[in-house]
Design a binder for this molecule. Sequence first.
Ligand code: FAD
Length: 377
Amino acid sequence: MEEVDILIIGAGVVGLAVGKEVAKDNRRVIILERNNSFGRETSSRNSEVIHGGMYYPAGTLKARLCVRGRRLLRELCEKYRIPHRWTGKVIVAVDEMERSALEGLYALGCANGVEDLAMLDAAGLKKVEPNVRGLCALHSPCTGIIDSHKLMAFLLRSARDNGAMVAFDAEAVAIEKIKNGYSISVRNGNDVSKIEARVVVNSAGLDSDMVAGMAGIDVDKDGYRLHYCKGQYFRVNGAKSRMVGGLVYPVPRPKAVGLGIHATVDLAGSLRLGPDDEYMKERVKDYSVDSMRAGKFCGSIKAIMPFIEHEDIVADTSGIRPKLQEAGGEFRDFVIKDESERGLPGFVNLIGIESPGLTASPAIAEYVGDMAERILC
Ligand SMILES: Cc1cc2nc3c(=O)[nH]c(=O)nc-3n(C[C@H](O)[C@H](O)[C@H](O)COP(=O)(O)OP(=O)(O)OC[C@H]3O[C@@H](n4cnc5c(N)ncnc54)[C@H](O)[C@@H]3O)c2cc1C
């Protein structure tokens, strides 16, 4: 029977960042991943935006870890040459009602510690994005994009260099509380083996509620049930993809679950629209993209990017948000918690790690690292 100090379930960007962090203290660490490689789920199906942090209620983990994570990512990207670009972003208002919502976002961003935010009038917006139309805009120069695959490859290498083991095709299928920690049953093909760990970090993304359930938590009673909310993307063809320089967002609708269909550039210079947001009726990982939505995407973005026509866009990819917030429900923060009060000391749940989880990943790792150290000391 293998024994470790810390066992991490999931090798998405968050599990890998946590692995890198906790392995550096000479702890025995293993990361389990059910797929045959890292980052095959949400971490490779997102917009790759390094968010500023102006959308989340002040004081929440989403706000704090986004701002801290962005600063840590900047250091990592510069030091280890992880491909990224500070494209900047504009959130564009088209009428007076949106202007007042934008002023609210500006105030929230300042309260959250987002640097260099500026309100632009129509002429200021034209200078930053000449082809975008609007009454005014909120400009965030410290927002950017990153190559998420290269980031994860770097985190995997660093976790291994720090001494962590990473097991692919290794699915956690049962968790039992034992005297000094947990016994985790791990399926690899037809074999099932057991690993004992003093600390378990549940970083299982879309299935993190199921993993919490394996440890005996009542996910419905404790408010940990995840709801899948799909986001689809369309790609802009040809020369039109060069008509914006950075990231262009609408003002989010009140109580919206996503940020509204927006335009993001990638490091290769191509432009995508999306993601939209739709709660899924069934809990399935269906990543198909409905090409019939082109009209809806076009209609939605035209108010701020009038040059986009139906024939300019083609169906691209999709991702699924692991949301704690139900359809029509209130804002829910990340859950990052040692479950001592539920009788599970050393069982650390990371649930509902939707956007800005990619941006926040190094800060989540730092937060979990401190928690694990306190548990193990
Ligand atoms: C459409 C969309 C757009 C987004 N855009 C952005 C963005 O621009 N910027 C940003 O900051 N964030 C963005 N996000 C959020 C970001 O992608 C996620 O927060 C982040 O990828 C979550 O990483 P993770 O490691 O928690 O989860 P995942 O990447 O889902 O990793 C979890 C891993 O756990 C594994 N696993 C699950 N169960 C088990 C088990 N029992 N045993 C072993 N392994 C298991 C899975 O196979 C998976 O690899 C977006 C998300 C979506 C859906």
